[in-house]
Design a protein around this ligand. Structure first.
Ligand SMILES: [Zn+2]
Length: 98
């Protein structure tokens, strides 16, 4: 299992406090993983499951009916604007004032 780091903002968080592991629509890869967990007792991170922090988990959960890859594309596009302003160091309140 991967450590809980949000796929959108890369924040490391404590899943007991916030955020969650979201299981998306099962893919061929996910089915194969499940089969190997049952039959071969492998461990690892389920391919259809993705960690999201408290800020992003609800948006992610609304996309559970599609695959993790499709959800990743949509969520990254949706949150891109806020991530860019966070990365270039501009204070967030500047966006509110203008
Ligand atoms: Zn996040």
């Amino acid at each position: 299992m991967q450590p809980p780091i949000c796929e959108i903002c890369f924040k490391r968080f404590d899943p007991d406090m916030e955020g969650d592991l979201v299981f998306f629509k099962e893919t061929e890869k996910g089915r194969e993983f499940d089969r190997r967990v049952r039959e071969e007792n492998i461990s690892g991170h389920p391919p259809d499951a993705v960690w999201y922090c408290g800020e992003h988990v609800w948006e992610a959960k609304m996309l559970k009916h599609i695959t993790a890859d499709e959800a990743r594309t949509i969520l990254k596009r949706r949150f891109e604007a806020s991530l860019i302003s966070a990365f270039d160091g501009r204070p967030r309140e500047k966006n509110l004032r203008s």
